[in-house]
Design a protein around this ligand. Structure first.
Ligand code: TRP
Ligand code: ZN
Length: 897
């Protein structure tokens, strides 16, 4: 057993070569037994005419026990089995290869490959899990048709599912049974899936736009059947939307969603058999919040949309991951916007846009500022699982969105149509997608490649000049990468094509008609400038009075805009901008400036005072009945502590916390009567409805409650929260009430939350997803000097319901504390970092993918104040010394480099 195919440390995009062999068909037979499942894999293999000749066939395989090999049904002895796979020596040009092996699903805690969860079998093959099931050319450019036979004990595993269509089933001796599935579409191995166990389904039959009958199923454990309606509705809405917006129909006769409670990520788009984390399937009003309902709709949509963008057209190699993920995130964002009424209503559309941009800025901009910074199409990786990132997904979605901003919806649709016309059934690249967009729109998009190849967040500096005499207004844009991290700087080649949307607002608050120099007449009130040089000036003519610029409307590109607005100007934009996104943006800029000034004072031990202008501006938004409740909720929420700390020259989480709490208390106190009135006005009596309107009312009402919970005298908040907790008919209100009680407890040092906390546990003891919320609420609560949250977290790790092996549970307690409670996690004594190091190492031995996510929590350590920085380095070094997996090693080595 020599290691002839040792995996190199770093995989590079430049090293891509086509596979030496192709596999046309795969026939898999499973004898499913938890401790030893036998897999017999029969493949039709041939030499790839497009690749250099090699004598031997090298297949990937991991954690497999070899049983036997045959070529053309005759035993074949010239094989070498090693740690990373198998070498089949001296093979013919075309042959049938049969490999039989065994694996141990019961012992598989990595949740990659074939594993057991709650006594049922599941698979997860993306990105490289298939090689943990059987030996294969486990790379996305090897596409085959699959036939799958599942055999198992009938009583223990009554349901046997795989991709495609069920073609046979029946009983076998000894209480066993079988099912045979056939997937007519060629697919890469990462889209293979099987599920076996005691499951039940909600079923629905629909007709597609062209009149074909389809069977839809949502499979869950029997006690969860009452929580499947929303996922089914979301699936039906997704199917309808993809037909209407992109002309894309469901291609299989049957489409299945299966929920599993042990899962590394959100969900997986396996052909015809999507497997989901229960968190993104199960919902009823008692157990799921408005956010959960919206997330389920978005993730069901996302996985369904992959059927075309990912499955029918797949990736040539994993460097092209954003080809399917960026595009599919863009599609799910557009779907969610449409579902909330965004196609008819600009304000509803802006709400969704604000939520998406907030995630991008808080998470992706931070990624770009650290040691893991990488382009949307990375150049290299050590472990591909570490590259399912905010950059590939969220920035990738922005890069797709910009085609639509440049070409309009119709031009984008033409590009999509051409993409499927050219590449259906193939494994392709990001360049191929860009070529389809360029050719369909008769446009040269060569410069646009830089969006795929350059890391770092571009910065656009804006200066303006008004010429009173000539009535001309010039806007000069300059682009660079600001203070990009070294990892990002390496990739930078030159200026980007930035679609820069702009409007000009007159002194009366109305948009001015826009006429650029050289144009014969004014045309519209928002223009998308094509900004392609390092510096460029755009001149508007016929500008009657000095305007205020509304920059990067609707966040038309993933960049940082620097412009020297005065506080009064920001208040004016917050009150008047016709672009709802920029109204929100103005308020955030105003608050950020104020909060950062206060954080600097807090760090220096100086007294704090809030500018009255901010309180007035926020008060006007709160009472502006022309604004939707959901918009007001977003506009009145302060930027997060994490985002604020990242804006400081040296991150100081304690100072940010002090400043932000100070402003929250000031807003709570100064606007108390308005918050109380708002709370009352936005109640949603009657049966719960997860509609965007009702959710908006609840969001604004619960924001009011959270501001009231900051007051020195918390009596009102305690009274309202207690009543709301007891009377709630939905999880949104119950969880918000509990959160407000926890907050007042911390603020007053009292114990008003303990009764509700205990009640919450007993009420939902049998609902794991709700118990996750119970852990998370406690992990993210404000601490007090008497009781730091780390003590609560350590105590909760001993709770009988805590289980490190379940990713949702680990995330609810450990990740929530480390990533969503910055003031407590970054305690000056380093106790949070020591805890983090312990947990990363424990998880590393159980589930490297999950451990590597937690490991990323300290990657921005160099940007913190010196005292914290040294303690973080010590924790990183501790992990580096004890790490076992390639996943975590890549993260900590890059952080320390
Ligand atoms: N392709 C999945 C998604 O939509 C991502 C995914 C699910 C995944 N499970 C995974 C990626 C496990 C890596 C490992 O978006
Ligand atoms: Zn995806």
């Amino acid at each position: 057993m020599t290691d002839t195919a040792a995996t190199p440390n770093v995989i590079r995009r430049a090293d891509y070569a086509p596979p030496a062999f192709l596999i046309d068909t795969v026939d898999l037979e499973f004898d499913l037994v938890p401790e030893r499942t036998i897999v017999k894999n029969t493949m039709r293999v041939r030499r790839n005419p497009a690749a250099a000749h090699t004598r031997d066939l090298e297949l990937m395989g991991e954690q497999l026990e070899f049983v036997s090999a045959a070529i053309d049904a005759k035993p074949y002895a010239n094989v070498r089995v090693h740690d990373h796979g198998i070498t089949i020596e001296d093979v013919p040009d075309s042959f049938e290869l049969t490999l039989t092996g065994a694996c141990d699903p019961a012992a598989n805690t990595t949740l990659s490959g074939l594993y057991v969860s709650s006594g049922n079998f599941f698979t997860q093959c993306e990105a490289e899990g298939f090689r943990r099931i059987t030996w294969f050319l486990d790379r996305p450019d090897v596409m085959a048709t699959y036939t799958v036979t599942l055999r198992a004990d009938k009583a223990a595993y009554p349901v046997l599912l795989s991709n495609g269509n069920l073609i046979a089933e029946g009983d076998l001796p000894d209480g066993r049974h079988y099912a045979k599935w056939e997937d007519p579409f060629r697919k890469p191995s990462y889209l293979f899936a099987l599920v076996a166990g005691k499951l039940v389904a909600l079923e629905e039959r629909i007709k597609t736009g062209s009149g074909k009958d389809k069977l839809l199923q949502v499979w869950v454990e029997p006690h969860d059947l009452d929580k499947t309606r929303h996922a089914m509705d979301s699936l039906i809405h997704s199917i309808r939307w993809d037909e209407a917006r992109f002309g894309l129909e469901l291609d299989l006769d049957r489409f299945m969603i299966v929920a599993v409670s042990d899962f590394n990520m959100g969900a997986m788009e396996n052909k015809g058999l999507n497997i989901f984390n229960t968190k993104y399937v199960l919902a009823n009003p008692e157990t799921a919040t408005d956010t959960d309902f919206a997330n389920i709709e978005a993730v069901v949509g996302h996985e369904y949309f992959h059927n075309w963008t990912g499955n029918r057209v797949t990736c040539r190699d994993w460097f092209q991951l954003s080809l399917k993920e960026g595009l599919t995130v863009f599609r799910d964002q557009e779907f969610s916007a449409a579902m909330s009424g965004g196609d008819e209503n600009a304000a509803a559309r802006a709400t969704k846009r604000i939520e998406d941009v907030r995630v991008l800025r808080q998470m992706q901009f931070a990624e770009d500022a650290g040691p893991m910074a990488h382009p949307v199409r990375p150049e290299s990786y050590v472990e591909i699982n570490n590259f399912y990132t905010m950059t590939v997904y969220e920035k990738g979605a922005e890069v797709v969105r910009m085609y639509q901003t440049l070409f309009g919806r119709d031009g984008f649709r033409k590009g999509m149509d051409l993409y499927f016309q050219r590449y259906d059934g193939q494994a392709v690249t990001c360049d191929d997608f860009r070529a389809a967009m360029a050719d369909a729109n008769g446009c040269d998009l060569a410069q646009y490649e830089r969006w795929y190849s350059q890391a770092g967040t571009p910065r656009v500096r804006v200066t303006t000049r008004y010429d009173e005499a000539q009535k001309r207004y010039s806007v000069t844009l300059a682009q660079d990468y600001g203070n990009a991290s070294p990892a990002a700087r390496e990739t930078q080649m030159g200026p980007l094509l930035i679609p820069f949307a702009i409007g000009l607002i007159g002194p009366d608050g109305a948009d001015l008609p826009l006429r650029l120099e050289g144009e014969s007449a004014a045309n519209g009130t928002t223009r998308v400038l094509e900004f392609t040089e390092a510096q460029q000036t755009f001149t508007f003519v016929d500008v009657p009075a000095k305007p205020l610029p509304s920059l990067l409307r609707d966040f038309s590109a993933p960049v940082i805009v620097e412009y020297d607005y005065g506080d009064d100007e920001l208040a004016f934009l917050l009150a008047n901008d016709s672009d709802a996104f920029n109204r929100w943006e103005a308020g955030q800029r105003f608050a950020t400036r104020e909060l950062l000034a206060l954080a600097a004072r807090a760090a220096a031990g100086e007294p704090l005072e809030v500018d009255g202008g901010l309180v007035d501006a926020f008060g006007r938004v709160l009472n502006d009945e022309t604004l939707s409740p959901s918009f007001r909720e977003l506009a009145l929420m302060l930027p997060s502590e994490t985002y604020l700390a990242e804006q400081m020259a040296l991150s100081d989480p304690a100072a940010v916390h002090t400043a932000r709490q100070f402003v929250r208390k000031r807003l709570g106190t100064a606007l108390k009567a308005d918050w109380l009135a708002t709370f009352d006005k936005h109640r949603t009596p009657g049966a719960y409805e997860p509609t965007p309107e009702a959710a908006g009312h609840r969001a604004l009402k619960n924001l009011a409650l959270s501001y009231l919970s900051e007051l020195d005298d918390p009596a009102d908040a305690v009274r309202l929260a207690t009543a709301q907790y007891d009377a709630a008919n939905n999880m949104t209100d119950r969880a918000a009430a509990l959160s407000a009680l926890l907050n007042t407890s911390a603020a007053t040092g009292g114990d008003v939350a303990s009764r509700a906390l205990a009640d919450f546990y007993t009420r939902f003891e049998r609902e794991p997803l709700v118990i996750d919320k119970w852990f998370a609420l406690q992990a993210t609560q404000r601490g007090s000097a008497q009781r730091p949250v780390i003590e609560t977290v350590r105590a909760l790790m001993q709770h009988p319901a805590f289980n490190l092996k379940n990713p949702n549970r680990a995330r609810s307690l450990i990740f929530s504390f480390c990533a969503a409670n910055p003031a407590q996690f970054h305690a000056a004594d380093g106790s949070g970092y020591a805890f983090w190091a312990e947990q990363v190492l424990e998880l590393d031995a159980i589930n490297p993918q999950v451990a590597a996510r937690l490991a990323r929590n300290l990657e921005l350590w160099r940007r913190f104040t010196p005292q914290l920085r040294e303690r973080m380095r010590a924790a990183l070094e501790k992990v580096a010394a004890g790490v076992k997996s390639r996943d975590v090693r890549e993260i900590v080595e890059k952080a320390l480099a």
